[in-house]
Structures are given as structure tokens and as C-alpha cells.
Design a protein around this ligand. Structure first.
Ligand SMILES: *[C@@H]1O[C@H](CO)[C@@H](O)[C@H](O)[C@H]1NC(C)=O
Ligand SMILES: *[C@@H]1O[C@H](CO)[C@@H](O)[C@H](O)[C@H]1NC(C)=O
Ligand SMILES: *[C@@H]1O[C@H](CO)[C@@H](O)[C@H](O)[C@H]1NC(C)=O
Ligand SMILES: *[C@@H]1O[C@H](CO)[C@@H](O)[C@H](O)[C@H]1NC(C)=O
Ligand SMILES: *[C@@H]1O[C@H](CO)[C@@H](O)[C@H](O)[C@H]1NC(C)=O
Ligand SMILES: *[C@@H]1O[C@H](CO)[C@@H](O)[C@H](O)[C@H]1NC(C)=O
Ligand SMILES: *[C@@H]1O[C@H](CO)[C@@H](O)[C@H](O)[C@H]1NC(C)=O
Ligand SMILES: *[C@@H]1O[C@H](CO)[C@@H](O)[C@H](O)[C@H]1NC(C)=O
Length: 729
């Protein structure tokens, strides 16, 4: 079977400047003059400061206590010890609560833990997990966010041999749960179910702590047996991640921002904002004179150049030695200029590339005269080659949208600053998306494919044809195209607010900024757009690459489905078509994968994965989950089957969704992910149901005492002895 798995379009955000990763910071630029920058081996950079007048304001004051050898760094004058500081996070030392018992069940030693950041501008990051270690222990963590929050975890096991020691906290003898965004205070106490008498021989103590999930490795039976060793190791190696922002509750727009030269301001979703250096600059963005240009030419390791190197502000110019042409940034990127060429190097390259396409398309013989052709001829040829004539005819056909413009090469080059690197807003397997500004000041997204082979051109034509037929407020609008380049170029309306994938998985601090209400609305809108495509009167359209990265959001968070490169028009008399399997791993319908039979139910399956992402906040494929559960669809279905659904729901969703909504969306997602296509609902059904769920009354389930909420809570408690306990103070 021929498989073509294409990993396609994901409009990734521009990478943000990151001053902590910058290496060669001039020492004068990291702190105010005369201020201490080292405490032990920790470096303290402005806005933090040690001593009077050294920090941005008193909330960034730190104390370096030299009595300790090596010296220790503390927040303000308190006792919260700092582990490390970076440009958006700070790590502090952990506090581990525990309770130990003797063989007859009397408590021999105990400690509670609490940390209070309420007088600071810092919050506990969702990168932390609340973890309980023990075979007969549970612990509650309580704290204050906007809403009171209490959660808990139960560690259970009956035999030391049951406990895996592969580093993962699998639920046996170890339990982990998430904390909400914005938490500033927590306290925890360890409690026992049965006073440890049954497990004392291999587990005399129970422990609980809040700490960075990625730093923690569970040592299995050994950790259960030797609490002292576990305690010391955890304190030393598992810090608590704390997010920091400046500006308290103001934003970039309101604040007279502190961001200095060559830097930009970005709002943090926990309130406040941060400054970061522009691309190509490094240094401290909070201190005059701001970020400094990176001299790329003197850093051959990070910025290789095999020709002449010229440093320019924010960038560098690396060109081949005289007499050569090509990309001097790769070791063998430069080639001698062909001696008898009458054309500029650029045109020569285009001709070569063009020759390649025509060969692959089975049209031979055109190569011969190509060097003699004028540039105009070349463009006309590309136009034809790319199906321009065919398209022009199609667009003239009755019913076709007449708002589609055919752009010239010059127009688009001008709009994108000659395809400047700085205009790139997305990259993927298909090619590159640029932000362009047309002469009439309209902002557009310009999609230029990488030249792979002739089928790519076909996909573009396909996309044009589909999009010219589709007019829906939740489908990205095609404004026009250009066929005069070696690859066809599509011009869309610019969708400014990134992808749904980004909003679910890359929100600041790792937690999504999307409310449950918005998630349901986006899901309903996307479903209605897909239902519309599936129900097209003349030719139903199957998207074939439904995923959160292809669902864009505009400035009003309105949903726009994009990337129809892989889509297929399905003639009405065929309800299924055999195709090369195409799609994205993690979203791909297993039935389609096995049979190559494409139906509209494949889109329903992929949409089910998007729903699971919206509920759990987890990625469709994650190495953090073990074995088959790496695949979100499997993880989701197993969790529902084993009655531990609530454990995988993102905490924010748990707080904001109603019981009825959670139950309903869980059921709908389960149906969409059914292995047999016929048993899945149609997209139209999905859209109507989601629209209906939005109308359910909006009381977070934790505040309800209906029979449903009790049955959900019961479900958690029955789920297993190591289920999450969740109640409210
Ligand atoms: C900082 O100092 C501590 C204690 O001396 C040491 O364990 C650690 O490796 C040092 N870290 C760095 C980055 O040098
Ligand atoms: C430094 O730590 C020692 C020991 O805990 C304490 O007695 C002293 O007051 C601290 N010094 C400062 C300046 O906080
Ligand atoms: C446990 O501690 C209690 C109180 O300290 C004591 O009376 C009892 O004998 C101890 N049991 C064992 C087995 O040491
Ligand atoms: C511990 O539990 C056992 C069995 O439930 C009971 O017999 C014993 O008295 C308890 N010990 C303490 C110290 O509570
Ligand atoms: C601990 O041991 C003592 C006997 O020394 C007993 O009176 C007490 O009830 C035991 N239980 C607890 C929970 O302290
Ligand atoms: C626990 O580990 C520590 C350090 O490795 C060791 O000193 C101690 O003897 C161990 N305790 C037990 C009960 O094995
Ligand atoms: C933050 O908001 C509170 C009230 O909502 C206000 O009193 C305070 O001044 C604000 N702080 C800043 C730094 O804007
Ligand atoms: C890069 O260098 C080339 C040749 O020296 C020059 O023609 C070109 O304008 C330079 N580009 C920039 C951005 O400075």
C-alpha cells in the first residue's frame, strides 16, 4: 500500500526574542550600575536587583545572604530561596510535606508545607504538578486563585513489586494532578487512609509536594521505602516554577511600557507584560539603551557563513565570494556563475527549477531553449504550467466567485518585501506563509509552496478551485493567486490571531488562555464550517487534514478553517473514494488508514481529536504519555472506559464547564472517535449538538449538587483508589 503521510500546515508564531539564551551579553547591560549581579553562581539581571535602587520596584528586590557558603538568594527579605531565574520564569526551592508512622500506626514524624506569593507579582506556573508519594496516603492542596481551589491526590499500592521504577509517576504509589493558572498561595498536609499498618514494611512514610513536572523522576519501590533519600533528592532537584511579569495588572497597551530600544512588549495572559529583544538583538530589554545588535559574523557556530560576512542591524549579509552564486550560509551552497549565461543568476536558477518541474510533469523538451527565453516568456510559461488557463476558464464559469484577483509577480514581491525572512508567519511541509501588505494597505497571507514536485502544483490548483466555491464565514477567504512564479502562490485574508493549536498548547506558561465558553464556540463554528463543506450541493468537499493547527482564529476569536491543499471534491454518486492516505499523524482516521477509503466520516474522526484536545489541553501526540496513550484519541477513550475521564480534563475546563456540558461533550467526542466510520455522527449532527451544548446553564460543576454531579464525583471515586479527589472549600 502506498502511504503518503504529509505533515502539513501549522502556522507557527514568530519566535520571540529571548534574552536569557543570549550568550555574549555585555556585562554593563544586565543590571543597574553599581549593583551586584552574582549571588553564589546565580546571575541576577534587571528588573530583579539586590539592594536599594537596583530593581524595577520593591517586588523585584532580592536578598543575597552571604552567611551561607555558597551564598543563597531569597525573594525580598523572606525565606523563599531561589533556585534559578530566566527571562519569564523563576524557580524556587521546593517544600515537601510528609508524615511517617511506626509499625503500630502511630505518627513518628511530620511536616506540612505552604508557600505564599500573595505579596509578590509572581504566580505558580502550571508546569508544576502536585505529587503524592505513598501506598496508603492522600494529600489535599488548597490555595487561593480568583476562585477558591482545592484538589487532591491519592497514592495507593498493596505490594512493593507492583510499583514500576521507570521514572514515571504512573498512579501506583505515586499520584500527580495539575494546578490552576494564577495560583499564588498553597498549603498541603499528608493524610493516611489506614494508618500505614498494612504497608509499613515497604512504605513507612507518605509525602506530598508541588514541583516542576519535568524535573521529577519517580524511583519506584526505593522511593517508597527510603523517605529520607527521596526527601533530600526532591528538595535538591525538583524546583517549583514561578511565572513573573512586570506591570502587575496592566497591559502593554495601557502601560507606559518599560521596554527599551530594539525590544518589544508582549502581554502575559496572567496579567502584566514582558519585554523581549527583537530578532537579531540581545541584551536586557528593560535597561537603557536596550538590546544590542548581535554580531553574527563573529559567531560562526550559531551563524555559519562560508563567504563574505557583513553584519547589519538586526541581521547579517552572507554572500558568496565574487564569481560565485548561491546560499553562502551552507557549506556547499555557493556555485561558480555559469560563464556563457546571458541572464542574471536568479533567472538561471528559476530556469533550472522550472526544468525540474516540467520533467516531472512528463513534459520534456522545453528545457532545451529555456536559457534563451525572456523573463516574461518564462512567467507566461509558468502561468500555463501551473494551470492558469484552466483556472481562468473555471473562474469565468457561472457561479464562481468573482472576487478572486490574479496577482502579478511584482505586486506580491512588493507586498512581501521581496519575500523577506522577516515577513514569514508560518512554515510547514508544504512551504512558507508570508504576511503581505498590498498597495491598497490590505493585510494578506501569502502562501508559497516549496518546490517538491508536480503534484504540489496540483494541490494548489485544487485548493483554489475549492475555495472559490466555498463562501462561509468560518472558512478562510481566498483573495487571489499568482501563477507567474515557478510555484503557484495563493493570497488569503490575513487571520491575525494564530491557530487553535497555539491557543490550546502554547498559551503563556503552558496553560491555555481559551475559556471553556470560547472552546465550545470555536468547536461549534469549526463543525458548522466542515458540515457546510460536506453538504455542498454540487460536490461535497472532504477536508482531509482537520486539525487544530488548521483552525485559525481572527482578532475576534472567530474561527476560520484553512489549508485545503489535501482536500478532495467527491462526486455525488460516489459516497467513498479511494485515495493515497494523507493527513496528519495523531488525527488520522484509523479506518481510512487501513482501507484507503475516504469518506466524510474521516473528517469527523479528526474533528473528534480536536474536541479531545479542547477538553484535555493535551497534544494529539505526546511523548509524556506512556505506550499507546501517547496517542490522544486512545488516551481519551481509555480514560472514559476506565472511569477516569475527569483526571484528564484540563483544570480550567473543569472549573468552567457545567456537568451537563462535560458529560455531553465527552459522549460526543467518544462517538466521533469510534473506530467504525458508520457509527460516527455526521458533521452536521456534531455541529448541531455543539451549538445545543453552548446553551446549557453555566454553573461550574464543582458548585453543583445535582444528581449528575454526584454521579460524576462517584465516577471519580470509583475510578480507582488513586483517583483525583476534587471538592471545594
Ligand atoms: C551552582 O552551585 C551549586 C553549589 O555549589 C552547584 O551544585 C551547581 O552545579 C552550580 N551551578 C552552576 C550552573 O554552576
Ligand atoms: C542570613 O542567614 C542567617 C542564617 O539563617 C540569618 O541568621 C541572617 O539573619 C541572614 N542574614 C540576612 C541579611 O538576612
Ligand atoms: C509506636 O509508637 C507508639 C507511641 O510512641 C508506641 O507506644 C508503640 O510502642 C510504637 N510501636 C512500635 C512497634 O514501635
Ligand atoms: C491503626 O489501624 C489499625 C487497624 O485499622 C488499628 O488496629 C490500630 O489501632 C491503628 N493504630 C493507630 C495508632 O491508630
Ligand atoms: C499512639 O500510641 C499511644 C500509646 O503509646 C496510644 O495511646 C495512642 O492512641 C496511639 N495513637 C495515636 C494516633 O497517637
Ligand atoms: C536511606 O538513604 C540514605 C542515603 O542514601 C541512607 O543513609 C539511609 O541509611 C537509608 N535509610 C534506610 C532506612 O535505608
Ligand atoms: C491593579 O488593580 C487593582 C484593583 O483591581 C488596583 O487597585 C491597582 O492599582 C492595580 N495595580 C496596577 C499596578 O495597575
Ligand atoms: C548584501 O551584500 C550584497 C553584496 O555585497 C549587496 O548587494 C546587498 O545589497 C546586501 N544586502 C543587504 C541587506 O545589505
Amino acid at each position: 500500500m502506498l502511504l503518503l503521510l504529509t505533515l502539513v500546515l501549522s502556522l507557527m508564531p514568530l519566535s520571540e526574542g529571548n534574552f536569557a539564551s543570549a550568550t555574549a551579553i555585555t556585562m554593563s547591560n544586565i543590571a543597574r550600575p553599581g549593583c551586584l549581579t552574582q549571588c553564589g553562581n546565580l546571575t541576577v539581571e534587571y528588573p530583579f536587583g539586590i539592594g536599594k535602587g537596583c530593581s524595577l520596584d520593591e517586588s523585584f528586590d532580592l536578598t543575597c545572604n552571604l552567611t551561607y557558603k555558597p551564598p543563597k538568594l531569597f525573594i525580598r527579605s523572606g525565606n523563599i530561596e531561589i533556585y534559578s531565574i530566566s527571562d519569564s520564569e523563576m524557580r524556587i526551592y521546593n517544600l515537601v510535606a510528609y508524615k511517617c508512622y511506626n509499625a503500630s500506626g502511630n505518627v513518628t514524624d511530620e511536616r506540612d508545607a505552604w508557600t505564599n506569593l500573595e505579596t509578590t507579582p509572581f504566580t505558580f506556573s502550571p508546569k508544576n504538578k502536585f505529587t503524592v508519594i505513598g501506598c496508603d496516603d492522600f494529600a489535599l492542596i488548597g490555595g487561593a486563585t480568583e476562585a477558591e481551589f482545592t484538589s487532591g491526590c491519592l497514592g495507593a499500592c498493596s505490594n512493593a513489586n507492583d510499583v514500576p521504577s521507570d521514572g514515571y509517576c504512573s498512579g501506583i504509589g505515586c499520584c500527580q494532578t495539575a494546578i490552576p493558572k494564577g495560583l499564588k498561595f498553597y498549603q498541603t498536609t499528608v493524610l493516611t487512609v489506614d494508618n500505614h499498618t498494612a504497608v509499613h514494611s515497604f512504605n513507612p512514610c507518605g509525602l506530598a509536594f508541588l514541583g516542576e513536572e519535568d524535573s521529577f523522576q519517580f524511583g519506584g519501590a526505593r522511593d517508597l521505602y527510603n523517605a529520607t533519600e527521596f526527601y533530600d533528592r526532591t528538595i535538591a532537584s525538583v524546583p517549583v516554577v514561578v511565572d513573573w511579569v512586570i506591570g502587575g495588572n496592566s497591559s502593554c497597551a495601557q502601560a507606559n511600557t518599560e521596554c527599551k530600544g530594539n525590544s518589544f512588549c508582549s502581554d502575559a495572559d496572567i496579567g502584566g507584560y514582558r519585554c523581549s529583544c527583537n530578532k537579531g538583538y540581545e541584551g536586557n530589554p528593560y535597561l537603557d539603551p536596550g538590546c544590542q545588535d548581535i554580531d553574527e559574523c563573529s559567531d560562526k557556530n550559531n551563524f555559519p557563513c562560508y563567504g563574505n560576512c557583513d553584519n547589519t542591524p538586526g541581521s547579517y549579509n552572507c554572500t558568496c565570494l565574487p564569481g560565485n552564486t548561491g546560499d553562502a550560509r551552507t557549506a556547499d551552497g555557493c556555485r561558480p556563475v555559469a560563464k556563457n549565461s546571458k541572464f542574471p543568476a536568479m533567472v538561471f536558477c528559476l530556469a533550472l527549477v522550472f526544468g525540474f518541474v516540467t520533467m516531472l510533469s512528463g513534459i520534456t523538451g522545453i528545457c532545451l531553449g529555456i536559457r534563451k527565453r525572456k523573463l516574461i516568456k518564462l512567467r507566461e510559461k509558468f502561468f500555463e504550467q501551473n494551470g492558469g488557463v484552466f483556472l481562468k476558464q473555471k473562474l469565468k464559469a457561472p457561479g464562481a466567485s468573482d472576487n478572486v484577483t490574479i496577482f502579478s509577480t511584482q505586486q506580491l514581491r512588493k507586498a512581501t518585501d521581496n519575500y523577506s525572512e522577516e515577513r514569514i508567519v508560518g512554515r510547514g511541509g508544504y512551504g512558507v506563509v508570508y504576511k503581505g501588505i498590498l498597495q491598497d494597505e490590505r493585510v494578506v497571507a501569502i502562501k508559497k509552496s516549496k518546490l517538491v514536485d508536480g503534484t504540489q502544483a496540483e494541490q494548489f490548483i485544487n485548493e483554489v478551485l475549492i475555495l472559490t466555491q466555498v463562501i462561509h464565514r468560518n472558512v478562510v477567504k481566498l483573495l487571489g493567486f499568482c501563477l507567474e512564479e515557478e510555484v503557484p502562490i495563493l493570497v488569503y485574508e490575513f487571520i491575525s490571531n494564530n491557530t487553535l493549536f497555539y491557543h490550546i498548547h502554547h498559551g503563556s506558561g503552558g496553560v491555555s488562555s481559551l475559556s471553556w465558553e470560547n472552546r465550545l464556540r470555536v468547536a461549534a463554528e469549526a463543525a458548522s464550517a466542515l458540515a457546510y463543506l460536506h453538504s455542498q450541493a454540487t460536490m461535497p468537499i472532504i477536508h482531509r487534514d482537520v486539525k487544530s493547527a488548521n483552525i485559525l482564529l481572527d482578532e475576534n476569536y472567530t474561527t476560520k478553517i484553512s489549508d485545503f491543499g489535501a482536500s478532495r471534491l467527491v462526486p455525488l454518486d460516489h459516497d467513498q473514494v479511494t485515495t493515497l492516505v494523507q493527513g496528519t499523524v495523531g488525527y488520522l482516521d484509523p479506518q481510512y488508514f487501513h482501507t484507503s477509503q475516504l469518506t466524510d466520516k474521516s473528517d469527523v474522526y479528526s474533528f473528534g481529536v480536536v474536541l479531545a484536545e479542547l477538553i484535555t489541553g493535551q497534544k494529539p501526540l505526546s511523548p509524556d504519555r506512556i505506550n499507546v496513550e501517547k496517542i490522544l484519541a486512545t488516551h481519551f477513550l481509555n480514560s472514559v472506559k476506565e472511569n477516569r475521564f475527569l483526571q484528564i480534563v484540563e483544570p480550567r475546563v473543569l472549573r468552567e464547564a457545567t456537568v451537563e456540558q462535560l458529560q455531553a461533550v465527552r459522549e460526543l467526542t467518544r462517538r466521533c472517535l469510534h473506530l467504525v466510520g458508520e457509527n460516527r455522527p455526521t458533521m452536521k449532527e456534531v455541529a448541531m449538538m455543539l451549538e445545543g451544548f453552548r446553551k446549557f446553564t453555566t454553573h461550574p460543576w464543582v458548585h453543583q449538587q445535582t444528581s449528575e454531579s454526584r454521579s460524576l464525583i462517584l465516577e471519580v471515586e470509583q475510578s480507582d483508589v488513586y483517583g483525583v479527589l476534587q471538592n471545594h472549600m
